[in-house]
Design a protein around this ligand. Structure first.
Ligand SMILES: Cc1ncc(COP(=O)(O)O)c(C=O)c1O
Length: 400
């Protein structure tokens, strides 16, 4: 049997491979400290669970419309519109089985073979995978390390635009770096997009997980409404990673094309899960605030512990589930010159499992520092502290 050549172009989300590796080690009896995946070990809000049960009992178990049930589309149009100061209606919303499908569907619908597409790297690895699978030219842009954290590398973005990029993926707040854009940065990026007649996919996976203040969306900048497709997901805000519910939200002509892909790919998103999502959008804010409050405690403790280790520099992310510390000096101290080797040694010897920068896009040529990513969404505070104590001990033991 011959596998189609195009499958050689498809990438992956290698954090799942790290997760499988850790699970295998765990099966031998070793205690695992899971810092590898942006999954959540907290319960989905009660109102969401109850609505799902009711929807099943009410018989919402058959097919439904490919763009999603109208009640959920309306609620999303209102919720996403209000939080961004924009006006959307039902035809601006296509319900999806998670956030991820919006990425590949946008590419399939809007990118011609040979088109150049800018994407963040380090970044969510599915951008690179989907651009290349559909035979586009993936142009990475990185981040610059500043005293305020990692900031967009505008030189790389401008270089990509000079090369003719017409599409750009933007993930504010970013996985894996924890980087968030200032208003100036968002405005500068929007200006580049508008001046160069580009289109932007705003991956808003962590928009609703900002710990303090109000989140900002690039779609709100004048001139960007018609140039932005927002990738919405219920996964993070509502601790619903395994339910698979999200949406593409943006200009009607793009949503129409994405709806056509829905028919071809999954017919519709799970019917009763859409009622669960609807209940989430209508639930008291406290239900999701409780999740954020727990995550914030974990974030603060993890950043504090990491910065107490000689050779590690960690910024505290304003949103999201990830700390992305620089470990260049730590590698030197422990005699490693490869993050993957370092990661494997730590995992096998301590059970502490995290990802390396290389799990988030092919490393760029000019990179001179080393980073790892630790997720704090899937580990409780006691295990977080126990795991970090073992990590610290291992470092002391391994220091040359
Ligand atoms: C930046 C980013 N985009 C998209 C996704 C995919 O979200 P979902 O699990 O809802 O498909 C994730 C999940 O971790 C993510 O971190």
């Amino acid at each position: 049997m011959k596998i189609a050549k195009r499958m050689n172009l498809l990438g992956s989300e290698t954090a799942f491979a790290v997760s499988a590796e850790a699970a295998k080690l765990g099966a031998t009896g070793k205690k695992i400290f899971p810092f590898h995946l942006g999954d959540i070990n907290l319960s989905t809000p009660k109102s969401v669970i109850e609505a799902a049960k009711k929807a099943i009992n009410d018989g919402k178990t058959g097919y439904c419309a490919a763009p999603g049930i109208s009640e959920l589309r309306e609620a999303l149009a209102k919720d996403v519109g209000n939080s961004r100061g924009l006006s959307y209606d039902i035809d601006n919303v296509s319900v999806q089985p998670g956030g991820k499908p919006s990425i590949g569907k946008y590419i399939a619908a809007m990118m011609e073979k040979g088109d150049s597409v800018l994407y963040p790297n380090p970044g969510y690895p599915i951008y690179e995978s989907q651009i290349e699978f559909y035979k586009g030219i993936a142009l990475p842009y990185g981040y610059v390390n500043t005293s305020e954290g990692l900031k967009l590398d505008f030189r790389a973005i401008e270089k990509g635009i000079e090369k003719g990029a017409k599409h750009i993926f933007y993930n504010n707040y970013n996985n894996p770096t924890g980087a968030s854009s200032s208003n100036e940065e968002i405005e500068k990026l929007a200006k580049l997009v508008i001046d160069n007649d580009m289109f932007l996919i705003s991956d808003d996976a962590y928009f609703d997980t900002l710990y303090d203040g109000k989140p900002k969306s690039i779609a709100s900048i004048p001139g960007m409404y018609e140039r932005t497709l927002t990738m919405y997901t219920f996964s993070k805000k509502f601790a619903m990673t395994g339910w698979r519910l999200g949406a593409s939200i943006g200009p009607k002509n793009i949503i129409e094309q994405i709806n056509r892909l829905n028919v071809n790919m999954e017919s519709c998103t799970t019917h009763f899960v859409q009622y669960a999502g609807l209940a989430g959008l209508n639930a008291p804010e406290k239900e999701t605030q409780d999740i954020l409050d727990i995550l914030k405690i974990r974030r603060d403790r993890l950043v504090e512990i990491l910065n107490g280790i000689n050779g590690i520099e960690a910024h505290s992310p304003e949103a999201g589930f990830y700390v992305f510390p620089k470990i260049t000096n730590l590698l030197e101290r422990t005699g490693y010159n490869d993050v993957e080797e370092f990661r494997k040694s730590v995992l096998n010897e301590t059970g502490v499992s995290f990802c390396g920068r290389h799990h988030f896009g092919r490393p760029l040529e000019n990179e001179s520092d080393y980073y790892i990513r630790l997720a704090f969404s899937g580990i409780n505070i006691e295990d977080l502290e126990e795991g970090m104590a073992l990590f610290r001990e291992w470092i002391e033991k391994s220091t040359k």
